[in-house]
Design a protein around this ligand. Sequence first.
Ligand code: 5AD
Ligand code: SF4
Length: 440
Amino acid sequence: MSEPKKLFIKTYGCQMNVYDSERMAEALGGSGYVETQTPDEADMILLNTCHIREKAAEKVYSELGRFKGLKADKPDLKIGVAGCVAQAEGEEIMRRSGLVDMVVGPQSYHRLPAMEARARGGDKVLDTDFPEDDKFAALKTRPKARRGPTAFLTVQEGCDKFCAFCVVPYTRGVEVSRPVAQVLDEARDLVARGVREITLLGQNVNAYHGTGPDGADWSLARLIWALDGIEGLERIRFTTSHPNDMSDDLIAAHGECAKLMPYLHLPVQSGSDRILKRMNRSHTAESYLRLIERIRAARPDILISGDFIVGFPEETERDFEDTMALIREVGYGQAFSFKYSTRPGTPAAERAQVDPDVASERLSRLQALITEQQRSIQDAMVGRELGVLFEKPGRMPGQMVGKSDYLHAVHVADCPAEAGELRRVRITESGPNSLAGVLV
Ligand code: 5AD
Ligand code: SF4
């Protein structure tokens, strides 16, 4: 038998890219590749790129530059660029960097083995199509390989919302949902391999409308209830959601489905109606706040997480203050906040930009407020008994680390629980980035 070839994948950006990287590794497993964590010993290097914020392409070129020496030492080394930068700037990358053998967009990953074979033959291969054939059906998971206790499962891709700042509708294309049966099969397979918690992924996951076994369109809530019936699956999460797709059945599921965790990532981006309109968000600050109220009525302890953009074109101090007021009203347990960055080709790119120093100063004020909220919500866990799914040993001998229902990291010293066990833990301490507790 020949030595397996080695594959090094570097993943940037969102969780969907993490999921895609796993699928790519599995697809190339069929071509005789095993994964390595060291680029130096790789026969193939894949960069799975992100285009959402600044300097995405530059980052790719500088990363490629670092592999120049490797390729000189090992002419057989094949280098590929995947992900959203590949989709957006694939041809340019091929032109500019002599190092790249393959460019593959997110909708073409199932074609990687064929592309790899052509690259091995000396061809330069580019595939950034949005093909008709079903990528997921072709990307069969490798059966029986053991998995850790948590996994991502992409159920929906693409976006039809066209927020004025965002490249996703251009790089990932229109909204597409995977059929229910396919999702359930993959979930059962994951559970059989040791997974206890599944996070359903989609750029607009709550707009999920996959075809069910009955031929009807199923909502995300209906899919969650079907997953709830899988024995051995203990926890369900989903991300990322749009406020306008928070349907009644999904809100109700948060109150009624015990496996659905009390955590919701619901980006609002801004608290100013003027800016929300300019962002093409089609909701207002008020409608978002009322929505949060309804969600909390269904599940009072739910932890709300969000995304914010500061310094969006034309944002005034007044607009920014509206965002701060909304944050104060919601109380976020977690948030991701970004300075607006121009994405060529998106509507907002053409507009009057906010002074970058002003934007930086607003960002730091916003982050200070969020940090304070996060911290007080985390501190309030002390004294409570929470479910913790243990994932791995901690740094201290005998210690185990897991995640609480609310997604906080929890450390337990002298812990007899093993990875994959869901146990009750009494929280005793709140540190800067995690909680500590004892088994109940
Ligand atoms: N500039 C800054 N942040 C952005 N995001 C998306 N596009 C941009 C942009 N052009 C942020 C949004 C989104 C998150 C994934 O990234 O907050 O919810
Ligand atoms: Fe980045 Fe969005 Fe692409 Fe994910 S989908 S890799 S966040 S641009």
